[in-house]
Design a protein around this ligand. Structure first.
Ligand code: GTP
Ligand code: MG
Length: 320
């Protein structure tokens, strides 16, 4: 165990340590969590939680700023998961990155879920093949996870799709509260199984259905912000990628898309959270167009890809 994962180097009681480790299996996870959440989840006093979190932050080296040069190095070193489309990878700076939330929005059948399936396979590949040698956690809010389709996509790599399916954990989320709970309780499964990709497909459906109208907006925003915070913490604690999908709304005065009147649902409370936001739209047949419209480091560019029987690819399917 590295010093950074050794809870005994924190100066706290054995009982508190046990409670902390039950919820946060690594020092990094503890260090990146707001103390109030630690109080709630571990049922310890606010003084103990603050002390534990502060010590964890020191141990991890979070208490001091780093130079921009070092940050640049760290960002360059961040591994990525290929989408299986070179064009799409290119506009994403090499693929879906760890340490960030990447959101794909689009109308129905634009390929959001198909890309999620493809990433669940690709994350399992070794790094030289565009993967992270890790597993996936798929949080399915719309009951659209299709093992048979994932198996079909995996035949490009194996004769034994079961081996791929075995490395994808699927959690069906039945409502917004359940969705939040699954993410809050994900630390252990992630750490124990080397999960490097968390998918929430879709982020929007339960929240929009359960909190309609203006009266419900404050509560919805509050829940969404806390949910997003937990997802962001997971990306940083476990060096994993979060891929979320979102529905789109029609807005005649869109500030997101300029001339287009389509924008992702869930408004500002969620909108500020994903690091990279991409809009998908349909073109002819199996062709789809992806456009990055909000990212601090990626230019606004478009990529064309196809949904083929084998999965996401640059070119059209052979039988098309
Ligand atoms: P919503 O969840 O409804 O908002 O849509 P989505 O963006 O998640 O769409 P999805 O990823 O499910 O993409 C649907 C598209 O993928 C459709 O155009 C289908 O034709 C295509 N597709 C779905 N399943 C298969 C399949 O098994 N083989 C092939 N070749 N294409 C498929
Ligand atoms: Mg879908």
């Amino acid at each position: 165990m590295s010093k950074k994962d050794d809870f005994s180097s924190l100066n706290i009681s054995k009982e508190t340590t046990a409670r902390l480790q039950e919820q946060y299996p690594t020092i990094m996870a503890l260090a990146t969590t707001p103390p109030e959440e630690v109080v709630r989840r571990c049922e310890i006093s606010s003084t103990s939680a603050a002390r534990a979190v502060n010590q964890a932050r020191k141990l991890i080296g979070m208490a001091e700023p780093i130079t921009a040069a070092e940050l640049f190095e760290r960002k360059l070193a961040k591994p990525r998961i290929t989408t299986s489309s070179q064009q799409l990878d290119e506009i994403l700076g090499g693929g879906i990155t760890v340490g960030a939330i990447t959101e794909f929005s689009g109308a129905f059948a634009t390929g959001k879920t198909q890309l999620a399936f493809q990433l669940c396979i690709n994350v399992q590949q070794p790094q030289e093949m565009g993967g992270l040698d890790g597993k996936a956690l798929f949080i399915d809010t719309e009951n659209t996870f299709a093992p048979s389709r994932v198996a079909e996509m995996s035949y490009s790599f194996t004769d034994d799709p079961k081996a791929f399916l075995q490395n994808i954990y699927v959690s069906r989320a039945y409502n917004a509260d359940h969705q939040i709970q699954i993410v809050e309780k994900a630390d252990k499964i992630i750490q124990k199984n080397n999960v490097r990709l968390v998918i929430v497909d879709s982020m929007a459906s339960h929240f929009r259905a359960e909190f309609p109208g203006k009266d419900n907006l404050p509560r919805r925003q509050q829940m969404l912000m806390a949910h997003a915070e937990t997802l962001q913490r997971l990306t940083e604690s476990y060096e994993l990628a979060v891929y979320t999908t979102n529905q789109i709304l029609s807005n005649p005065d869109s500030i997101f898309t300029g001339t287009s009147s389509l924008e992702p649902a869930l408004g500002f409370a969620w909108g500020h959270r994903p690091t990279h936001r991409i809009l998908l739209r349909k073109s002819r047949g199996t062709t789809r167009i992806a456009r990055i419209f909000d990212s601090p480091e990626l230019a606004e560019r478009e990529a064309v890809f196809h949904i083929t029987p084998q999965g996401i690819r640059d070119g059209p399917p052979l039988d098309y």
